[in-house]
Design a protein around this ligand. Structure first.
Ligand code: HEC
Length: 107
């Protein structure tokens, strides 16, 4: 009984921390553990929670990737970049690439 519970807990733990979404831009975009992009930019990436937040859907892929890198590194430091910079440690280079690709492909 106790053993079963441990197994279940181990499976839950593994499935929640394993990088199964590593290169799935759509999943990363909606994953709160990856910064929860959708929470600010909107589920469809074009209905941000604040009017002043940017719409991302359909934007040029190379541009998106560069902005992600620059916001993460602090190179891009507008009045509002700080809102996003705090979560950028949650995504690595490969994930940012997947995000840029996913977002640029949206209508
Ligand atoms: C806490 C709210 C918040 C979260 C979470 C957030 N962003 Fe942002 N994002 C912003 C704001 C605000 C800006 C505008 C920053 C500025 O003015 O420099 C921005 C800017 C951007 C830009 C640049 C857009 C442009 O047109 O130049 C991209 C790309 C972007 N976010 C993607 C993402 C992705 C991908 C994630 C998830 C990993 C994410 N954001 C998470 C608030 C957020």
């Amino acid at each position: 009984m106790k053993k079963n519970l441990l197994t279940i807990m181990a499976v839950l733990l593994l499935s929640s921390t394993a990088p199964v979404y590593a290169l799935d831009g759509a999943a990363i975009y909606k994953n709160p553990a990856k910064g929860g992009c959708a929470a600010c930019h909107g589920k469809d990436a074009k209905s941000p929670i604040m009017n002043a937040y940017p719409k991302l859907a359909g934007q040029n892929e190379a541009y998106l990737l560069q902005q992600l890198k620059d916001i993460k590194s602090g190179k891009r430091n507008n009045g509002m970049s700080a809102a996003m910079k705090g979560i950028m440690h949650m995504v690595n280079d490969e994930e940012m690439k997947a995000l840029a690709k996913y977002l640029s492909g949206l209508k």
